[in-house]
Design a protein around this ligand. Structure first.
Ligand code: SAM
Length: 252
């Protein structure tokens, strides 16, 4: 998308009134009210930067997965008021909240995301903090599945725990207990992708990955190309991977 077009999208977004309604169930707000809105708007800036790198001209269909209770969705809605938004999460209350506030379609996800049916393709897929919670095999399967849902020239953005997350765990409030973190670091040192589950029944936890491991994983997916990898690209915290539905092997 041309810079001028991206700038026009941002200008129009800044003139619109943001829906600041918060669900009482919004875990991201309840655990971080001070940075909730700044992190949300920075998610939109990540999207705009990604669009400026790619070939897409129009954003008509957007998938926000996992949508939570709309930390980024509210900004996507304000920036792309005419696009059709799809909200997916395993948290059905979050999906219902997003559909009610921002319109569009809701999809209830499943523990195995690759079993979830999506009936359309998307120009933009925003994956804010999902791969940050699973091991590499699941992340790769899901990334492949989601790349398959991109429309031609569509852009996929996924956030990850990179190097900075070590400092977050050490100095800014631990994401997980010491024993689990030791397991994560051991896996990280061995393979470039460490993971440990949160205590409890859910097959869900915290991951930590090397940029080179993420690049290798994204590079194994056919029919797409890697647009960028940015350390601490989202709100100075998560790393950001951007992929585009344009075959890296296609002739000019
Ligand atoms: C850290 S939150 C991020 C939510 C949102 N993207 C944001 O930035 O506010 C992680 C989300 O992943 C969701 N989740 C976990 N497993 C999932 C799955 N298999 N499919 C879809 N969403 C899932 C959780 O319910 C939770 O809302």
């Amino acid at each position: 998308m041309q810079f001028g077009r991206v700038a026009a999208l941002e200008d129009a977004y800044l003139k619109r009134t943001l829906d600041k309604t918060i669900s009482p169930q919004d875990h991201m707000y309840n655990t971080g009210p001070d940075w909730y809105f700044s992190v949300g708007v920075d998610g939109l800036r990540v999207v705009l930067r990604a669009l400026a790198m790619g070939r897409l001209n129009e954003v008509n269909h957007i998938l926000d997965l996992p949508c939570g209770h709309g930390r980024v969705a509210r900004h996507l809605h304000a920036c792309f008021p005419n696009a059709h938004l799809t909200f997916a999460d395993i948290d059905t209350d979050g999906v219902d909240f997003c559909v009610e506030r921002f319109g569009g379609t809701g999809i209830y996800s499943q523990p195995d995301l690759s079993q979830v049916a999506f009936d359309v393709t998307y120009d933009l897929i925003w994956i804010g903090s999902l791969f940050t919670h699973v091991e590499q095999a699941r992340a790769e399967t899901w990334l492949r599945h989601l790349c398959g849902l991109l429309a031609p020239n569509g852009v996929l953005i996924a956030t990850l725990h990179g190097n900075w997350s070590k400092e977050v765990q050490r100095s800014y409030g631990a994401m997980i207990g010491d024993a689990e973190w030791a397991k994560i670091m051991a896996g990280y040192e061995l393979t470039g992708w460490g993971y440990a589950r949160y205590p409890g029944p859910d097959n869900y936890g915290v991951s930590l990955c090397r940029a080179s491991t993420v690049m290798a994983m994204a590079g194994r997916i056919e029919g797409v190309r890697i647009l960028s990898y940015t350390e601490r690209g989202w709100a100075g915290n998560h790393d950001v991977l951007v992929m585009e539905k344009w075959d890296r092997m296609e002739k000019f």
